[in-house]
Design a protein around this ligand. Sequence first.
Ligand code: ATP
Length: 736
Amino acid sequence: MQKSITSFFKPKDESQNSKYAEDARKKETKSASIEEKPKVPTPVKTIKEEGDENALPTVDSEEKMELEAPSPVKVRKMELNSGLPENEASEAYDPSVETYHPINDAYWKAQRTTPYLALARTFQVIEETKGRLKMIDTLSNFFCSVMLVSPEDLLPCVYLSINQLAPAYEGLELGVAETTLMKAICKATGRNLAHIKSQTQLTGDLGIVAEQSRVSQRMMFRPKPLNVRGVFAKLKEIANISGQAKITLVYDVFVACRHAEARFFIRSLIGKLRIGIAEQSLLTALAIALVKRNHINDCKAHKVCDIYKDEIADTTLILKTTYSQCPNYDIVIPALLKYDIKELQDRCPMHPGMPLRPMLAQPTKGVSEVLERFSGMQITCEWKYDGERAQIHLNKDGEISIFSRNSENNTPKYPDLIARSKSLVKGNVETYILDSEIVAWDIERKQILPFQILTTRKRKNVDIADIKVQVCVYIFDLLYFNGVSLVTKPLSERRKILMEHFQEVEGEWQFATALDTTDMDEVQQFLEESIKGNCEGLMVKTLDEEATYEIAKRSRNWLKLKKDYLSNVGDSLDLVVIGGYKGKGRRTGIYGGFLLACYDTENEEYQSICKIGTGFTDEDLRQHSEFLSAHVISSAKSYFRYDPSLEPDAWFEPVQVWEVKCADLSLSPIHRAAIGAVDPERGISLRFPRFIRIRDDKSPENATDANQVSLMYNSQDQVKNNQKSSDQMDMESDFY
Ligand code: ATP
């Protein structure tokens, strides 16, 4: 990976940060002369610039003047931190205050190394914050300080903020067992294991217990304060090591933890930071930090969010688009620091070996809805295969990788596909990214087998000789070919290139069966044929107009038409199990019912949507109870939204997604799904929910989104009819 990273960045004489600092100086000089302001030196720049790795950790004279120039910000800073010994300044660090100044308030500016405590304090403040905007703003203040004061730390700060050590697809996970951590805490604090265990039971948070236990810690001498870079490196070491050595490494860092550091260090190791910052919020915070950095000389740095709304929106869009085509902070963060934001997308291109988040489809309830949406457009209908989504990459070294819908690396699961990959291509094919569905295949009958058969295939250490379930790959898109991204080209063109350079091999590689038509009778007939062919229905896609491949987006240009479209709801929902109710009668001793939630991506919370007790076999219930018992937590997460009347017998970590069907969706006084979207006080709930299957290929954050729930609610016939009749009444009352 590292090899390909370097090739993306052409060497430049000056870093973007220096350029930005230079621009800031010029701009400031100009505006000072126009406004006839007194000449105050205004050399805002990152304190550490490229090329001065070996420079002493001091602030240059220009910077000193800037830092010492009297300003309202400076005055507040004096009140907040000035004169405090380093230790106290770090404890008082608070990037949420309204007048926060990214340089003046960065108490580590002289060292140019971000203290871990500054990051921990930021997390602590965010954890105590209620509103999402404020949380993002606080994080952006901290990031802005790091960009300006200690830019080399931005990458580890970003990773630590989302509790990752590397790009998600590399699968490097922390998730250290709680008992291992407890042992390290006991060793460091002298407390006994039983006490730590009982406190953790009580508070439901080993991080807090660790922080509180530190009070009792006895030490011969005080270890050196931790910094972000050091902690990040240690976490990587911990992830890669096992056994007693792991405990020793945890212990080494833990004994050096001060204040909230212990809480967040332990939470990082558990794998749950509990600050409610996920990818989208993090990217927004980074974008705001960039804009704050650009306007640091404004003196109103703290008002940036109000004054530069458009610039923030543009920067956020570029950053999010870039990250979706290049989901790797090892590439994006250095480029962000070095180049102008407008160059970012070109500097961080997609490339084979790095999974893209897939384009997703909107549900529909019938052919008439398809007609309504695509009227006058060229469309294609493809069979919708029921298997496992697979993004297949060939990189320039000839290596094939296969990624799941969740961007997990599934390559080890399919050695048979790798072995036969040469038969797929024709002519000169060097690199590609294909989008496809892998289905289980009956070799003798030459037909598709149900999804359930595919799930019986081994996931890891698969030996070709032992494979019992054969698979066929149905290819439906080409996103990248021979060094060129095709995502901005229309589907008709992508498909042409696909057909030209790839070939079908019966039962191994096939193109998705497709029909290009605008005749709705033909669509209907094709839908019926797809069902006879053991498919779930159709995917209807635009061919020419609005037909680009929209990475990571649930697009209106792909509609899914499932066989049970006649039902009122049109699609199943994928929901997260957050609570369990003890069973009665035959279900005594296991959970007999569950509390399910959808995920609200905007607020990053799980919102209760229904209780469920139907659709399970006895064996299902036994297995669910066994699995979920290992994920019981002592109280609801701060990011669960539910009515107290729904309090289950046990709360669960949000770890599993279930596919659920229902009769319809209705407004509910107790459930909180999509609250505020349709009704200001009521959420949406499912009527007669029925369990269908576990969705292993979806992470809880990929569960049905609150926004989708409200769309599904609104598209129900009776809701539409009610809306029509109330519109009608409005018109009538206007008329009279
Ligand atoms: P979603 O992916 O929309 O969140 P989901 O994972 O539950 O929902 P479905 O609703 O069943 O999946 O439909 C979309 C999925 O259908 C795709 O992610 C892909 O795996 C599969 N699929 C099968 N055939 C095709 C096709 N021809 N074009 C696109 N996707 C297809």
